[in-house]
Write a protein that binds this ligand. Sequence first.
Ligand SMILES: [Zn+2]
Length: 401
Amino acid sequence: MARLSRRTWMATMGAGAVAASAEGTTMGAQSGGKQAAATRGQLPLVEFEPRSMLVVPETKVEKSKFPVIDFHTHLSWSPGPADKASDGGKMVPTAELSEIVPVMDRRNIKLLVNVTGGSGTCLDQSLDLFQKRHPDRFAVFTEPSWWNIKQPNYPQWQGDEIQKARKKGAKGLKILKTLGLYLRENITQGDLVKVDDKRFDPMWEAAGANKMPVIIHVSDPEAFFLPIDRFNERYEELHAHPDWSFHGNFPSNKELHEARNRVVARHPSTQFVLAHIGDSENLAWVGEWLEKYPNMHVEFGARIGELGRQPRTARKFFEKYQDRILFGTDAVPRGDEYPQQVYGDELYRIYYRFLETEDEYFDYSPARVPPQGRWRIYGLGLPESILRKVYHDNAARLLGM
Ligand SMILES: [Zn+2]
């Protein structure tokens, strides 16, 4: 039998007048036209903030079970690739140390990796501010100088720069999705430069030779490559950040990942860490890559929203690849535009709850509305043996600690 709606049931029972008066009472108790619209079924999506009525355990995890290495944070920015003055430019810290360190102490964070340390003088400044002052609490990674790509000697020069950065103290190399989605032959114009362009081979080799893990971000959620329409599950996120859309004249998600895989295959003695788990919506596909490339690892920054809505698949993934998964958050201090990534106590509480408990249907981000998509997540309840590796040991091994 088809389920009756409340309205149909009322009518069937000849209770239309009761229904009208009940709705009238509710409306009277609420204020304004918005509520009137809501009761007519016309509540705008942006105003919809449903509260879960489930009565289920809510575990507060104030400290992680083991000391944490957060492999993916942005504690400073460097001027972008289009800015040719970058090498003479200034590093921009995203917060004061006095804001960062107390959170680390309260949340049992041993070390933060600031992946966007930049190059040249920006790298020097980032090393001075973070790693040299607190070598046991911070690791700084370097970045390529894309704006030099037109120089005839660029490939070898870039390789040499990586080695120089290592000598100064940089612990790894970060590749933003600039490569593959933004960087063009004439920096901002012309054809997109491919992720597996041979000009970067000396750079990948130098990273391997200098024992610098490469954290690489290519592509983005599949929905970013689709039209921003009513079928798009990240409609609100893309609506808030239309510049995050790669729908149209861009390589596909598949092409980007395949190009990156060719790089990983070509440089077997370089350790690659895929930011955001590579493709967090398709863990079976990521599993195939991990089987194929022993020098590949993943970190899950800004993707517990994806993992936590497929908790059974995610838990199996963590069990199977427990030696290849690194803890990461993609945290940005004061990054208020991305509530799922704002560095602070609440962010880490949510990550720990997700990894350690079997709590059900909770928010993956401290935000009014789930910012990456309208769903909630389920904890993985990982055993201590896996937590120890994911929180700490896997990253420590790659960092040579
Ligand atoms: Zn990031």
